[in-house]
Design a protein around this ligand. Structure first.
Ligand SMILES: Cc1cc2nc3c(=O)[nH]c(=O)nc-3n(C[C@H](O)[C@H](O)[C@H](O)COP(=O)(O)OP(=O)(O)OC[C@H]3O[C@@H](n4cnc5c(N)ncnc54)[C@H](O)[C@@H]3O)c2cc1C
Length: 392
């Protein structure tokens, strides 16, 4: 056993950390002092955000209320963001969030766990897509995106909007389908919907059969596909690699993400892309008292896509290993599965399922996804928390 009180600091309340908190709620060692640094009193479940855009869920239904979880886990919540980390001095620098006047400048730790997700770095974005950081509706942070979406709805009620989603991976596809479904009828006639792929095919990371299903759905829904790069965004215009420009009232940016900038200079071993390099136990390869999971981390020995599915799957191992490390017990490795079930919603009511080379689609797939998502939310929404229906 460790001697004295040990400080465990959790950065972010992402998919893996809600599981750590649930585990602490079952049993928190008396000599463990837990602090969570995270900016919002809720964790947005990104898998349900396209359903929010489509009008199927309320914001509250897409959010896990965190305060009951913190309370049950006996954890102190500091409402703020990490802005720098010194892995040698074992402290993080804090910027207050949500008007928190009492936030400390720094938080010290004995053991640190990072699950802050990935970001879209606005400086990098400005270099490749001038104007996008200022003018596009960016999907990260997802809380800001979800909060701004009602303004798009308001605009669409007044005029026939032209909406373009830039990025044709899973998030971009789900969002363009959801936006089309919600706005086509809400808008005065003449609304248009475009998917800008970056140059390649939509759903390029999926097997050919899934790509064909996606293309059929895009065609059926009247969504124009431009296989071009976006080179910049101006007021009312999206510029394209071919030199053409697309008139666009609502550019939505759903391109690949970056590692948080504050990790640079932390002293932690980072991958080439700047993510925290962790071993099979989700433990930093350079600092054994630091753990990380989700989109912020990279497993060099077992690379896997950065997605919510893997962030969720890493949760039990992270929770186990944080407790094992505290109790000076052996850590357990975790092996990410080679394949995961992928459920891609094409607006509320229809989805495409894939698992390795197998694929299928229909209303039943969407209902299946809906059940899985709601079950995840229910698991971490503690008794006593207002129900989503009541809160929404
Ligand atoms: C529209 C959309 C739909 C998606 N749908 C799916 C899907 O269906 N399936 C799937 O597998 N993946 C999906 N993804 C990808 C998925 O969102 C991410 O892979 C997943 O959220 C990563 O989880 P995470 O725990 O690493 O981080 P996140 O879920 O991003 O959580 C990060 C946490 O850290 C907090 N935080 C952020 N910055 C700081 C900071 N500086 N200091 C302190 N706290 C901070 C945040 O508030 C949050 O609590 C989707 C993404 C988008 C944009």
């Amino acid at each position: 056993m460790s001697s004295g009180i040990q400080k465990l600091l959790l950065l972010g309340a992402g998919h893996a950390h809600v599981q750590v908190l649930a585990r602490l709620a079952q049993h928190r060692p008396a000599d463990l002092d837990v602090t969570v640094l995270t900016p919002y009193p809720f964790q947005t479940y990104s898998g349900m955000v396209p359903g929010l855009v489509a009008g199927r869920y309320t914001s509250a239904q897409c959010q896990i209320p965190l305060e009951p979880l913190f309370k049950a886990a006996g954890a102190r919540w500091v409402q703020g963001r990490v802005t720098a980390l010194d892995a040698v001095a074992q402290t993080v620098q804090v910027a207050a969030a949500g008007g928190n006047k009492g936030a400390p400048d720094h938080l010290p730790y004995h053991r640190l766990s990072i699950d802050t997700g990935a970001i879209i770095d606005r400086h990098q974005l400005d270099a490749t897509m001038p104007g996008a950081a200022a003018r596009a509706l960016i999907v990260r942070p997802i809380e800001a995106f979800a909060a701004l979406w009602p303004q798009v709805l308001e605009l669409a009620q007044k005029q026939a909007v032209s909406l373009a989603v830039i990025g044709a991976g899973a998030a971009g596809l789900e969002l363009v389908f959801a936006a089309e479904q919600r706005l086509r009828d809400a808008c005065p006639a003449g609304a248009s919907f475009t998917l800008i792929t970056g140059g390649g095919e939509p759903a390029a990371n999926y097997p050919e059969g899934v790509r064909q299903r996606v293309l059929r759905q895009l065609k059926r829904r009247g969504i124009t596909v431009l296989r071009e790069a976006c080179t910049g965004v101006d007021k009312g215009l999206v510029h394209l690699g071919s030199g053409a420009s697309l008139a666009c009232d609502v550019p939505i940016l759903a391109i690949g993400t970056h590692a948080p900038v504050w990790l640079q200079g932390s002293g932690l071993a980072l991958s080439d892309s700047g993510h925290v390099q962790v071993n099979a136990c989700q433990q930093s390869t350079s600092h054994p008292n630091v753990f990380a999971a989700g989109d912020v981390a990279t497993r060099a020995e077992a690379p896997h896509p950065k997605s919510g599915v893997y962030a969720v799957r890493a949760g039990p191992a992270l929770a186990h290993n944080l407790m094992a490390a505290h109790n000076s017990q052996p850590l357990k490795p975790w092996h990410p599965p080679q394949r995961t079930l992928n459920l891609l919603s094409c607006g509320a009511g229809h989805a495409i399922a894939s698992w390795g080379p197998l694929h299928a689609e229909g209303g039943w797939v969407w209902r299946w996804k809906d059940r899985i998502d709601r079950a995840f939310m229910a698991k971490y929404t503690l008794p006593g928390t207002p129900t989503p229906a009541a809160a929404g």
